[in-house]
Ligand binder design. Sequence first.
Ligand SMILES: Cc1ncc(COP(=O)(O)O)c(C=O)c1O
Length: 434
Amino acid sequence: MKNNFNNSVKVNSKGHLEVGGCDCLELAEKYGTPLYVLDETMIRNICREYLQSFKKYYDGNGLPLYASKALCCMEMCRIAKQENIGLDVVSGGEIYTALKAGYPAEKIHFHGNNKTVDEIEMAVEAGVGKIVMDNLSEIQRVNNAAEKFGKTVNVSMRIKPGVDAHTHDFIRTGQIDSKFGFALETGEAFEGVKEVLKAKNLNFTELHCHIGSQIFDIAPFVAAAEIMMDFIAKIKNELGHQITELNLGGGFGIKYVDSDKPVAYEKYMEAVSKAIKAKAEEHNIPVPYIYIEPGRSIVGEAGVTLYTVGSVKEIPNVRSYVAIDGGMTDNIRYALYGSAYTVINASKADKDADYKATIAGKCCESGDLVQENCMIAKPDDGDVIAVLSTGAYNYSMASNYNRNPRPAIVMVKDGESRVIVKRESYEDIIRNDI
Ligand SMILES: Cc1ncc(COP(=O)(O)O)c(C=O)c1O
């Protein structure tokens, strides 16, 4: 299986960058910049690769859930529905988007470390498939909501398996010092299980873990799966309750820059399936139905953001700032985590990338940079700059800082393009002002 790294991005006969068969300069001209572009074929292929790997290595006994926090909009929910994958949501807003897009409630799993009572009631009333408990207080809240609506609610518990996935501190969530989930080592998780089992309106079938993001090693995923299977066995042996489903979260790494080496998804599935089956045999418990929650790996590499260069400011012996018409409002990840990206001058994609540029946004923050000291073909004012692998956590983290409207999202496929999220207008910006 291929990793599909920018399969769709190539240099065309005009020397321009092309994505999904569309010339980036023509896209910029037609829709304006900044512009998020998504390659539909790549997104659908990755969904299919995940499903296929479940069939191949786990007898189809599981389901990938698209972690919609990576990029939540109605069209992505429709694609998840059409591709027969589930949906992981983390807020009332994401539930609302999914339901409005006609996504089936029963295939939605609701996460979050502090779901409000309103959000819980919204989820219970809509009949979401699973609510993932994060803490002791929440157990009571979900039980109360279930009672209020006269329902039995299917629940899971998010466990911190204590696996350190060697990733960036800001996005590491597997170990004890994390705001997410119940810790295993301290006994908190076991106490939580007892509480869930006492709750009259909850149907407790699943355990969940998520060990971090942008992970390239298979070993931490296998370690987490084994720890979770041991915990399932402990619950069975000591409390007599059989957990039948295991959710292993997301976190599969993608390629932002050349040095990133993603592992083929099926390699992950092969290793994890083997480990789970071995543990099931060791403990004499049933092989669980499994879920995974890929977010970044479904949309990340499929996204390209296009900008127009407004000016180039060369500061001798310091650096050259290339000012673009977007920035931290549409891509906060460099300012937040120092995230690396591949940047290409889409107008001169056939020219040597021999100019050291710092890509600066238009916001009133010195830290508003998209990338520092990256190599691109020397830009002129008006050139179109493309930042690759920006499908995940870019639009979904976008803001209106400095009252900049959020860009449009355009889906491209086989040389055709269509808007799936409209560009915000100034009218949108003042919509809620009184
Ligand atoms: C519980 C859970 N599932 C899935 C994801 C998606 O992770 P990724 O986009 O790295 O696949 C996250 C990310 O924070 C998460 O917290």
